[in-house]
Design a protein around this ligand. Structure first.
Ligand SMILES: [Ca+2]
Ligand SMILES: [Ca+2]
Length: 140
C-alpha cells in the first residue's frame, strides 16, 4: 500500500494548512491587505524511491463589505453667504471605501439637519449646494 504525503511550501506569514490534500485557511484573511496568494504545493509518494511533483495554486481572496466609507475629516465647517444664489456649491465631499466592486460604491444623501430643504447634495459626486426658498416654494 502506498502511503501518500502532501506538504505545503508556503512563502507567506498567513499560513494555509494542507492535510490529506485539503487546503484550509489557518488565519482570518483580509482582502484589503492581501488580494491573492500563490502557493507552491509539493506532493510525494511513500515509495522506496519516492516520486514527487509540484503544483501551483492561486488563491484569490474574495471581498466582503467589512469597511465603511470614510472622509478625510470627521467634521467639516464650510460657510455660505446669506444671500447666495441658488445652486451655490457649499462643499464637495469625497468619501473612500477600502472594499472593492459594489462594496465601495458610495452615494451621498443628507440624512438630517435639513428640514426646510435649503440644501441639496448630488448623490453621485457629493457636491452639496444651496437651494433658495423660492425654488422650494415653486416645487410645492
Ligand atoms: Ca464598504
Ligand atoms: Ca472587504
Amino acid at each position: 500500500m502506498v502511503k501518500q504525503f502532501c506538504h505545503l511550501i508556503c512563502y507567506i506569514k498567513v499560513a494555509l494548512f494542507l492535510l490529506s490534500g485539503v487546503l484550509r485557511t489557518n488565519a482570518v484573511l483580509d482582502r484589503e491587505t492581501t488580494r491573492h496568494y500563490w502557493l507552491t504545493i509539493f506532493a510525494c509518494d511513500g515509495g522506496t524511491v519516492p516520486r514527487s511533483s509540484y503544483v501551483e495554486v492561486y488563491v484569490e481572496v474574495q471581498d466582503v463589505n467589512d469597511n465603511t466609507p470614510s472622509t478625510e475629516e470627521p467634521v467639516y465647517y464650510p460657510s455660505v453667504l446669506e444671500n447666495s444664489e441658488e445652486g451655490t456649491t457649499i462643499i464637495k465631499l469625497h468619501a473612500t471605501d477600502r472594499d472593492t466592486n459594489s462594496n465601495n460604491q458610495i452615494s451621498y444623501t443628507i440624512s438630517s439637519g435639513n428640514p426646510q430643504g435649503f440644501f441639496a447634495i448630488d448623490s453621485n459626486t457629493g457636491k452639496c449646494s444651496f437651494q433658495s426658498v423660492w425654488h422650494i416654494c415653486r416645487s410645492i
